[in-house]
Write a protein that binds this ligand. Sequence first.
Ligand code: SF4
Length: 243
Amino acid sequence: MNALVHQASIEKAADLSPAQALDRALRSASPSEVIEAALKTVGREKLAVVSSFGTESAALLKVMADVDPAIPVIFLDTGWLFEETLAYRDTLIATLGLRDVRSIKPLEETLSREDPDRELWFSDPDACCRIRKVEPLARALAPFSAWINGRKRFQGGLRAEMAVVEDDGARLKFNPFANVAREEIEAIYQLAKLPPHPLVASGYLSVGCMPCSSRTSPDEDARAGRWRGRAKTECGIHTIKTS
Ligand code: SF4
């Protein structure tokens, strides 16, 4: 048994929830150790990575591929993504040998009922994220017991205090990059010669949907370009129970 998972089972005996026990055991673990522990805990059939194939996504996908390139990867194709992001998805599948990337789209009937004019991103972005991201993700995660994502504490906001392992109310959620510094991510890119997202060169430090992403200036945080001018900072997939 993986020593960190074994440690978690000891902690579990001390009246901690499974997520708390794993978090305590994995608090100082490396990203690959966290992914290995997630695999040991639920098995590959029950584990998924969720990736936006954004500007920092290749680091998590590289670490994951080194552990097991057949772990399912869920990619939310909202219908508002940049062509460059779709191309980057295909580049990383080929570069990293990812074997099970699942591109998930919103339901057509939901789009035509709730956003027939494709203007919901402007009039009600929370509702737009719900039908294009939160609901599709909940459907995609239904067969899984745990998921992995690439959020970092250094991104600030609601992310600054996150645990390495959480219980999202429906399943375990592993954050292997929670403790990782920006420099370590850059080092992973350099060491593995990972291709950058095509939009980084034109000033996008964080890329999501087209209407809700903008370039950032050198004195801004990477995520300052997301939902610029609005109070919104998260799409909801990390703040809402996934089923
Ligand atoms: S990020 Fe913008 S366009 Fe994308 S789902 Fe959310 S509100 Fe809609």
